[in-house]
Design a protein around this ligand. Structure first.
Ligand SMILES: Nc1nc2c(ncn2[C@@H]2O[C@H](COP(=O)(O)OP(=O)(O)OP(=O)(O)O)[C@@H](O)[C@H]2O)c(=O)[nH]1
Ligand SMILES: [Mg+2]
Length: 224
C-alpha cells in the first residue's frame, strides 16, 4: 500500500507575513533586529545609546512596541531618526502584521537598519517571527541568574544576549559567571556582551556586534 507523505509544513498566518517581510528586507538590503526582554531590562535605553552613537546620515529606523503609551517612541525620537510606536492595546508581543502596518509610509529603500523593540515579555515574543535577521535578548543583572533556564525559548532563539545594567553589580547579588553558564546551557554558541547603558561600559562590544551583522549578506530564507 502506498502511503503519501503527508508531512507538509503549513505556514501560519504570522509566518507567511514574516516571510514576506524578510523578502522585502532582503530586497532592500535592510538588517532587521528584534530586541526582546522582560519589562524594564533596558531595551529602550540600549537603543537610545545606540542611536546617539550613529552619525545623522545613518539610514536607521525604529519600531517600538508597548501595550500602552508612546513613551518609548518619544524617548527614541529625540535621536532624530524615524521612530514609530506600535501600541498593541493589550497584546503581549508584536506580530508580523503589526510590523507590516508600522512600516507603511516608510520608503524601505531609504533604510539600512531596522531596529524593533518588542513588548517587554520573555515568553510570547519568542514565538512570533517578525522577519528579523536576528533576535537579541536583553537580560539585566537585577533579574536573577536563572532566567535563561526559566525562559529557555528566547535564549535558545537569540543570536546575542546583552547582559545589561552591569553598573549595578556592586549592589545586587548576581553571579555573572553563573548567569552566563545558564545561558550557555540553553544556547551554547550564543554571543554574549555585558553592558551598562548608565556608564556606557561595554557598549562598544554591542556596537561592534551590530556592525558585524550589518556587513553580513542578507538571507531571504526564513530563519527557524
Ligand atoms: N543602572 C542602570 N539602569 C538602567 C540601565 N539600562 C536601563 N536602565 C534603567 O532601567 C529602567 C528601564 O529601562 P528601559 O530602557 O525603559 O527598559 P525597557 O526594556 O525599554 O522597558 P519596557 O519597554 O518597559 O519593557 C530605566 O529607569 C532606565 O534608566 C543600566 O544599564 N543601568
Ligand atoms: Mg522600552
Amino acid at each position: 500500500m502506498e502511503r503519501l507523505p503527508l508531512e507538509r509544513k503549513v505556514l501560519s498566518e504570522n509566518d507567511r507575513i514574516a516571510a514576506g517581510l524578510r523578502e522585502r528586507f532582503a530586497e532592500n538590503d535592510i538588517l532587521c533586529l528584534n530586541l526582546i526582554s522582560s519589562p524594564g531590562s533596558g531595551k529602550t535605553s540600549l537603543l537610545e545609546r545606540t542611536l546617539e552613537s550613529f552619525d545623522p546620515s545613518e539610514r536607521v529606523a525604529v519600531l517600538t512596541g508597548d501595550i500602552q503609551t508612546e513613551n518609548d517612541a518619544k524617548r527614541l525620537a529625540r535621536s532624530g531618526f524615524p521612530v514609530k510606536q506600535i501600541t498593541t492595546g493589550g497584546t503581549c508581543h508584536l506580530d508580523a502584521r503589526m510590523i507590516e502596518k508600522g512600516l507603511a509610509g516608510w520608503n524601505l529603500e531609504c533604510i539600512d537598519l531596522l531596529l524593533i523593540e518588542n513588548v517587554g515579555n520573555l515568553v510570547c515574543p519568542s514565538s512570533y517571527d517578525l522577519g528579523e535577521a536576528a533576535k537579541v535578548v536583553v537580560f539585566s543583572v537585577t533579574e536573577g541568574e536563572d532566567k535563561p533556564l526559566k525562559y529557555p525559548s528566547i535564549f535558545f532563539k537569540s543570536q546575542l544576549m546583552v547582559l545589561n545594567k552591569i553598573d549595578l553589580l556592586p549592589y545586587v547579588p548576581f553571579d555573572v559567571e553563573l548567569a552566563v553558564r545558564n545561558a550557555r546551557q540553553i544556547h551554547r554558541d550564543m554571543e554574549i556582551v555585558r553592558t551598562s547603558c548608565q556608564t556606557r561600559e561595554g557598549l562598544g562590544d554591542w556596537l561592534s556586534w551590530l556592525a558585524r551583522q550589518r556587513k553580513k549578506p542578507r538571507a531571504a530564507a526564513p530563519v527557524s
